[in-house]
Design a protein around this ligand. Structure first.
Ligand SMILES: [Ca+2]
Ligand SMILES: [Ca+2]
Length: 225
């Protein structure tokens, strides 16, 4: 497997119930973290980084800069459905980083399916906002892309119950959505500490607002993939 992992680390959010929850340190292995040597070059696929925040989030929050992910690995595509896929069951944050290569100029429609909340950013601009505490929901966004490489960043959080994060697209001329294949992506991982601080500038206020469990349309699926 081309993936790599770091099994120790700490992560906490600035939108936890308390002003600053204690860091959730993991000791999943007695061995030192493995050096992600495969990330010295870009690999097909994307980088998944999971942060064990251990707080009941109800929306995407901003991690404190410089946090090392509890687990980092290369995945062939963003189609993650089990606790094993993410390495944690509940109450965690995950980030996906990669580069997307498109063959031609055109309008590309993306579909971000998640349980719970997620947000897709392409070239630094939000393309899909599917945030919030909810079951499996899909949200679409169309982006005009030029031929070549584009940065992709997905923020995701899982509170409880099922977990799901899938990125699909419908390129120009395609009739239906399909999971973005590894042949169209390249990882942006690199050795050493997480470069998460580069992405830690979004607003995070009110990250634990109460979620309405009755009559709240966010709890209702917009589609059933
Ligand atoms: Ca779960
Ligand atoms: Ca969930």
């Amino acid at each position: 497997m081309n993936g790599w992992s770091t099994l120790e680390g700490a992560a906490w959010s600035d939108c936890s119930p308390s002003p600053c929850s204690p860091p959730a340190r993991r000791s999943l292995s007695t061995r030192p973290p493995r050096t992600p040597t495969t990330c010295r070059r870009k690999e097909p696929g994307v980088t998944l980084r999971t942060y064990d925040t251990r707080v009941p989030l109800t929306r995407i929050c901003t991690l404190k800069p410089g946090q090392t992910p509890n687990v980092g690995k290369l995945v062939p595509a963003v189609d993650l459905r089990t606790a094993e896929d993410f390495a944690f069951e509940d109450n965690f944050v995950a980030h996906v980083l990669g580069n997307l290569t498109v063959p031609a100029d055109g309008s590309y429609t993306f579909r971000l399916t998640s349980d719970d909340g997620s947000r897709l950013t392409i070239d630094g601009t939000t393309a899909i906002d599917n945030d919030g505490l909810h079951g499996v929901e899909s949200a679409d966004g169309t982006v005009a892309l030029t031929a070549g490489h584009h940065s992709v960043f997905i923020e995701y959080f899982e509170a409880g119950g099922g977990q799901r994060l899938t990125l699909s697209w419908r390129p120009p001329g395609a009739e239906d959505f399909a999971v973005v294949p590894s042949s169209s992506t390249r990882s942006r991982c690199r050795p050493g500490p997480s470069p998460i601080s580069a992405r830690g500038t979004r607003s995070s206020s009110g990250g634990t607002r109460p979620a309405r469990r009755t009559g709240d349309p966010r709890w209702m699926s917009r589609s059933s993939p």
